[in-house]
Write a protein that binds this ligand. Structure first.
Ligand code: GLU
Length: 265
């Protein structure tokens, strides 16, 4: 199998140094192995994705010196595939409907009467959750022997870490865990290089790979870049973006040097 890595950002904000670290690591490992680096746009959440952020992803990564195959897979162009997988899991009796309204949504609806015409107060369509109990019955003893490799070490996969996750979202149809395993398989990703913040997600994704008969890639979850106060960088916390640095006159080499010396945890 070809050594193939990917960087799979969601266009919900500008990329920061942590994204640059992930993308560069995946890119350099692929190059060193004589393999391929894939860029994928994870834009299933149309409520949060914005075209200007997608454009910025291409610009910022090219500025860093990365190149990738085109056309780039944009998840919003493949929604029927994720829906088909959801139906397959439903047909196997592995999903159950959840009609509850999320706490945050209920509160938002109460405090924002102008959002009355949103679906938040009384969703007509349910969310679909993966039943771990049904998954365990379906896989039999395989369920208790699910493993994955992280940095070459075999780890036991424990999907109960995340519980009965939502795979069918009532607002946008499908959820990240389902779309990501389908595309990692579709694109023949052999090595998933991503931040430690997604280590827990791997336990669920390994189960989904088993349920959907998908190949199991190898994982390397890397440490996260921290700011000067020791906090993780995050788009929503307003961490400085790559384009902020660029606008201040920094070069791609400066960014790489900052990544090398930045505190990580
Ligand atoms: N799209 C996800 C994000 O931006 C990353 C998915 C992944 O690397 O598995 O957080």
């Amino acid at each position: 199998m070809m050594y193939r890595t990917r960087f799979a950002p969601s266009p919900t904000g500008y990329l920061h140094l942590g994204h640059a670290f992930s993308a560069l690591t995946a890119y350099e490992l692929a190059r060193a192995a004589g393999g391929e680096f894939i860029l994928r746009i994870e834009d299933i959440d149309h409520t949060r994705s914005r075209p200007q952020y997608e454009t910025a992803i291409y610009e910022d990564l090219a500025w860093l010196g990365l190149s990738w195959q085109t056309p780039v897979l944009r998840q919003s162009n493949h929604l029927p595939d994720y829906q088909a997988a959801l139906e397959r899991l439903k047909d196997l009796g592995l999903l159950y409907a959840d009609h509850r309204t999320r706490k945050g949504e209920a509160e938002a609806a109460l405090s924002a009467p102008q959002s009355e015409d949103n679906h938040e107060t009384a969703p007509a369509n349910p969310a679909w959750r993966l039943s771990l109990e049904a998954a365990r019955k379906y896989l039999g003893s395989r369920y208790d022997h699910l493993t994955f490799t992280d940095h070459g070490q075999t780890q036991k996969a424990d999907p109960s870490i995340n519980g009965d996750v939502i795979l069918g979202r009532k607002d946008i149809g499908v959820a990240y865990h389902l779309a990501v395993v389908i595309d990692d398989a579709r694109q023949g990703i052999s090595h998933i290089i991503r931040g430690r913040d997604l280590s827990d997600a791997t336990h669920t994704q390994v189960l989904l790979q088993a349920l959907l008969d998908l190949p199991a890639p190898e994982y390397s979850h890397h440490a996260l870049l921290l700011d000067s106060e020791g906090r993780r960088l995050a788009k929503r916390k307003g961490s400085k973006s790559l384009r902020d640095y660029r606008n201040e006159g920094l070069s791609a080499a400066d960014i790489k040097a900052m990544i090398t010396t930045a505190p990580k945890g």
